[in-house]
Design a protein around this ligand. Structure first.
Ligand SMILES: Cc1cc2nc3c(=O)[nH]c(=O)nc-3n(C[C@H](O)[C@H](O)[C@H](O)COP(=O)(O)OP(=O)(O)OC[C@H]3O[C@@H](n4cnc5c(N)ncnc54)[C@H](O)[C@@H]3O)c2cc1C
Length: 485
């Protein structure tokens, strides 16, 4: 693209969204140079903030006319670099499309725009007797569109499932600008499950502009417990015992000593600072069943040398426990200037093994690692603490991360439990899948996104076509850079 065409392109975007809906000043673009994965950075040439589906259609059509790549973005909380605008181009930020369009309690669904913040839907539904079940720990910031694109999980995934289990239908703008609806308000569309296919496609199939979500009835009763253990191994064995006893808690979260210390500094909950690990365990359902399950859980924890199992005996104490868990990542800011949250999954019984491997890898590379994760799912989130101003620390973080994820594969697991592949884990795809598998996936992507113009070079190592720096930047943009490298 020549400078003149670039300027015509910018004018066209301005016509669509207005000056207020555009960012192209290099200083302002810095905010968009990365998401929650801070290791790789690249600014887009322009960020657009549409407020309607029609605007998204026109933006995508304009990108096609000018052969410019584009990438959708919600709140930018992705921890795998899903929002990195490789190849520059346009970032379509959906945060201004944040209306809850309809709530239908009789048929148990809600229709929302993609930029609705997850917790805003929860708050909107409070008191109705229903809720939207997927609740990532980032729910105070992340958007429903981002949740759909990454098939988000969260603490309640163990019992209630991931996002794909709660999405009935999707409206999206295909990479060629066609507006399409898949799924609908009834459960069984009677054709290929394209909704299921779109969920988790990480923005490579198009831009989601509307979502029909399933609503779940609130449970009658909860029991929320905090099991305190001397060692991480005792805590992980207790997890297997609980699931092995046939109990499926609504949530089963583990936090190790490093996290406990950071949380205690932040919230003064009264966590025991000398404990090796704590389990946050919640059961929900009918009054009689939650009491019975809670009793069994306490016994099982005691059988694994729990120092104590506290029960949150008031709604306020339950809220505080959940606040601690959901803000655990924020509290880590107290421990180090930067951190890299890894995401892998192993069969639940392999948790003691993977946790030992994480500690060993961290020690070998001189990187402090703390752990907070959805243990009930076998989903691990080792958090590697470092300072991004120190190149050698970054190198060692990358080495330890690679080892940990390779170990997940070796133990029969995978390199993403819930955060997706993004750009971060693309190199692992050929360890996980055969060439034939990857070729099939590439064919599926090409069916939606034949030119690769939408979210180039994400998810699949085969990502070809567009996405290269073949167009002139709109204005002088921030150079491609890896953090501190
Ligand atoms: C503190 C913290 C805790 C977290 N906890 C969890 C957790 O418990 N469970 C979990 O699963 N994840 C968790 N995450 C990761 C992240 O929050 C989720 O992946 C979330 O779904 C991303 O939503 P977002 O709106 O920020 O999307 P973004 O980060 O903006 O985008 C993520 C991906 O979705 C694509 N995308 C965004 N919007 C659209 C759209 N409208 N149409 C098409 N593609 C789109 C982007 O291109 C990108 O590939 C956590 C992150 C942080 C920082």
């Amino acid at each position: 693209m020549t400078a003149a065409t670039a300027s015509a392109f910018l004018d066209r975007l301005r016509e669509i969204v207005g000056e207020d809906g555009l960012l192209y000043d290099p200083a302002e673009l810095l905010v968009y140079e990365c998401d929650g994965y801070v290791v790789e950075k690249k600014t887009p040439d322009v960020v657009v903030f549409p407020t309607t589906t029609e605007q998204v259609v026109k933006i995508v059509q304009t990108c096609n006319e000018h052969d410019v790549p584009f990438v959708p973005r919600g709140a930018g909380t992705s921890l795998a670099g899903g929002c990195l605008p490789i190849g520059g181009g346009v970032m379509i930020a959906l945060t201004r499309m944040n209306k809850i369009l309809e709530v239908n309690l009789r048929d148990r669904y809600a229709v929302v725009e993609p930029g609705v913040v997850n917790v805003h839907l929860t708050r909107h539904l409070a008191g109705t007797g229903f809720h939207y079940a997927p609740d990532p720990s980032s729910q105070g910031a992340c958007t429903i569109g981002g949740n759909v694109a990454t098939n988000s999980g969260g603490p309640h995934t163990l019992k209630y499932g991931v996002t794909v289990n709660h999405v009935l239908g999707i409206e999206f703008v295909q990479p060629d600008g066609t507006l399409t609806e898949i799924g609908g308000i009834v459960d069984e569309p009677g054709a290929y499950d394209l909704t299921g296919l779109f969920v988790g496609s990480e923005g490579t199939f198009g831009v989601c502009t509307k979502v029909i979500v399933r609503l779940t009835r609130d449970p009658v009763a909860y029991r929320t417990m905090l099991g305190v253990f001397e060692t991480v191994a005792d805590a992980t064995h207790a997890i297997s015992d609980i699931i092995g006893a046939g109990i499926i808690p609504a949530a089963l979260e583990m936090m190790d000593q490093g996290i406990i210390t950071a949380l205690e500094d932040a919230f003064h909950f009264g966590f025991p600072l000398d404990a090796g690990a704590v389990l946050l365990i919640e059961v929900d359902g009918l009054e009689v069943s939650v009491d019975r399950e809670a009793r069994e859980i306490i016994e099982l924890c005691n059988g694994r040398n729990a120092r104590e199992v506290r029960t949150a005996d008031t709604p306020e104490k339950r809220q505080l426990l959940w606040k601690c868990r959901k803000q655990a990542f924020g509290a880590i800011g107290r421990l180090s200037p930067s951190y890299c949250t890894q995401d892998g999954v192993v069969p639940r019984t392999k948790l003691p093994e993977i946790l030992a491997a994480i500690t060993e890898s961290g020690n070998r590379h001189g990187i402090r690692v703390v752990n907070v994760f959805h243990a009930g799912d076998g989903n691990i989130h080792p958090i590697l603490l470092f300072d991004e101003r120190d190149q050698d620390q970054i190198r060692r973080v990358m080495l330890a991360s690679d080892e940990i994820l390779s170990k997940c594969i070796e133990l029969g697991g995978s390199v993403t439990g819930e955060h997706g592949i993004g750009v971060e884990k693309i190199n692992f795809m050929s360890q996980l899948f055969t060439e034939d598998d990857l070729a099939v996936m590439d064919d599926v992507r090409k069916a939606f996104n034949p030119d690769g113009r939408c979210s180039p070079q994400k998810m699949l190592p085969t990502a070809g076509a567009c996405g290269m720096e073949h167009h002139a930047p709109i204005e002088k943009s921030h150079p491609t850079r890896r953090a501190a490298m």
